[in-house]
Design a protein around this ligand. Structure first.
Ligand code: MLT
Length: 253
């Protein structure tokens, strides 16, 4: 890849925890949970993935490119390994990091994500989304995506706060939709993951279903699956207290 710069937050001191955001968000995705993690004694590193937020990437990227960039960031700030938490797209990046840079992953939290690639129907959905963004723009795409991200009874204030975070450049959305559509099947590499792993899934998640989360946990030897009640696809935004409770119970053990 040519010109790229990863913007990131680096707060606190203690064991390193790398937070990888979902699509179509950026590192502000973690603002609601970071203060509690820092107060609990963690060093929290939250990058804007390539092309998102204030990160710059002048070329097209893949999920593996995102993992390579996170690996380089960890090297550059001298973190030999960390607990890596990825939510949805961030989880795809975390799984790529675990497969391609395993020494940098001390433990894994895979939230609202899956190892399987897009099904033919999902790939078709990405193509339709690419068409929608190209014809009608990012606003129409994000407005259409929002209801799929949240549980049916999520409050209006969380709905609005979530929508406010979904504002990325059209070129980033288009590249991301292609990268998500074409991402690798990570199921064959799950058996090689030996680090402690927490799989978090939302009761009403229709993008990464509870069944897919349970299958992900079952395929990793040292994994535990916890289903969070009353949340959809974005558990950190919909139920930060429950999300943090499970995270602390995992990280502190
Ligand atoms: C995400 O939340 O990161 C996306 O919904 C992931 C996806 O569409 O596969």
């Amino acid at each position: 890849m040519s010109s790229q710069t990863l913007a990131y937050d680096d707060n606190g001191s203690g064991p390193a925890l790398v937070l990888l955001h979902a699509f179509p968000f950026d590192r502000r995705f973690w603002d609601g949970v970071t203060p509690s993690l820092v107060a609990a004694g963690f060093r929290v590193i939250a990058p804007d993935l390539l092309g998102f937020g204030k990160s710059i990437c002048e070329t097209k990227w893949s999920i593996d490119d995102q993992a390579d960039a996170v690996s380089e960031l960890m090297d550059s700030i001298r973190i030999p390994n960390a607990a890596v938490l990825g939510l949805s797209m961030g989880g795809y990046v975390a799984l790529s990091l675990a497969a391609n840079h395993p020494k940098q992953v001390a433990s894994l939290v895979l939230a609202d994500t899956k190892a399987a690639p897009d099904s033919p129907e999902a790939r078709q959905g990405r193509d339709l989304a690419i068409d929608l963004v190209s014809r009608q723009g990012v606003t129409a795409f994000c407005d259409g995506m929002l209801p799929k991200l949240l549980a049916p009874n999520t409050s209006e204030s969380i709905r609005k706060a979530t929508r406010d975070l979904m504002n990325q450049p059209p070129s980033t959305i288009l590249t991301a939709l292609t990268a998500l559509r074409d991402r690798a099947d990570r199921r064959p590499s799950l058996a090689t993951i030996g680090v402690p792993t927490l799989v978090l899934g939302g009761e009403f998640d229709t993008i990464s279903t509870p069944k897919e989360s349970a299958e992900l946990a079952a395929a990793i030897s040292n994994a535990r699956f916890v289903q969070l009640q009353n949340v959809g696809h974005l558990s950190n935004l919909e139920s930060p207290a429950a999300f943090l409770k499970e995270l602390f119970s995992f990280l502190n053990n």
